[in-house]
Structure formats: structure tokens, C-alpha cells
Ligand binder design. Sequence first.
Ligand SMILES: N[C@@H](CCC(=O)N[C@@H](CS)C(=O)NCC(=O)O)C(=O)O
Length: 201
Amino acid sequence: MKLFYKPGACSLASHIALQESGMDFSLVGVDLAQKQLENGEDYWQVNPKGQVPALLLDDNTLLTEGVAIMQYIADTKADRQLLAPAGSIARYRTLEWLNYIATELHKGFTPLFRPDTPEDYKPTVRALLEKKLHYVNDALRDNEWICGSRFTIADGYLFTVLRWARAVKLDMSGLKNIEAYMARVAARPGVTAAMEAEGLS
Ligand SMILES: N[C@@H](CCC(=O)N[C@@H](CS)C(=O)NCC(=O)O)C(=O)O
């Protein structure tokens, strides 16, 4: 399997899931600005969406959309318990978080990364995200991981987007649960391995 990624981008969440699953995979870096692979190949030809992550399976099936990729990884290595079994409420709780992270947090950051976002719109974007971070901080009050006592694929994704909150210097003062959570996630061997492989540590 090959994971198409950019260091520190949302593809880090799929990378963490792969590391945590123990599956064999290789990484292919994508220059998202040029839509090019390291060998000069046109990335549009690999993924017509032009985005990371994309996972190329051994039978040449291409899977895109981080939330689908992470579920595929977790279900393929079910013994790692990165996602609860189908039908259990624990699974839907994790899907609930994956959707929140994808639609409310991940895509909430996009205007801050786009060069064409009007400067006077950015404070609104930042304030909305800061409000949502308080919700996340509260959700972590009594929980080691975002879905409770077990690490799931939602944690790799939440960790990935919370890193961006730090990078763009959102106001995270007083968000002690998030601070402790970030250290807890970062300390996991699978996360450390993904961070090192992406040159982030
Ligand atoms: N809906 C996609 C969005 C993926 C996405 O936003 N990827 C960003 C990096 S974090 C990207 O490739 N941006 C480049 C672009 O959109 O041209 C998913 O959830 O996987």
C-alpha cells in the first residue's frame, strides 16, 4: 500500500492510523502546490481530486477521503481496536467525532491556509475555531482519549488538526485538557513514528 501525503497535512491522520495498525505501507510525498510527486509525476493522474490523503491499495484501488481511509485501515486490522465493531454505539461515537473533526474543525481551518482569503475575514474564522476548541477541551475533561478510555482513529485526526491550531497561534490559553491530550497522543509510539517519518519531530 502507498499513502500519498504532505508533511503535517490532514494525511498525517491516515499515516497515524497506518502506524497504529501495524500494516505494511510506504509513503509518497506530494507537492500540493505543483500537484506533483517526488519523481515529477503528475498527481492529478493519481488522484483527480488533487488532494491528500490518498491510499493506493495493493490491487491498485485508490481510496480517498481521510475518514474513509482511516475506517478502511481500522477495519482491516480490527484486532488493533482502532474503531469499535459495526453495530456498537462506541463505533457511532467515533464516527460522530470523525465527522465533527472533518467538517467543523478540519475544514474550518481551510480559510486560514488559503492565500486568497481576505484578511478581514480571518478574525471571524479564528473566533469560530477558538469557540469549537473550548467544546473539544470540555469533551476531554474526563476522558483520556476523545471517545473515552480507548485510542481510536479519531484521536489521530484530532491530534492532526489541533497541531494546526498551535501553528496558526489560535488562543488556546486555559485549554489544559487539550494541552495534556496533545502530549498523551504525541507519546504513543505509532504517533512518534509517523511524526518522525514526516520530519515533524
Ligand atoms: N475531503 C478531503 C479533504 C482533504 C484535504 O483538504 N486535503 C488538503 C490537505 S489537508 C489538500 O490536499 N489540499 C490541497 C488542495 O485542496 O488543493 C478529506 O477529508 O480527505
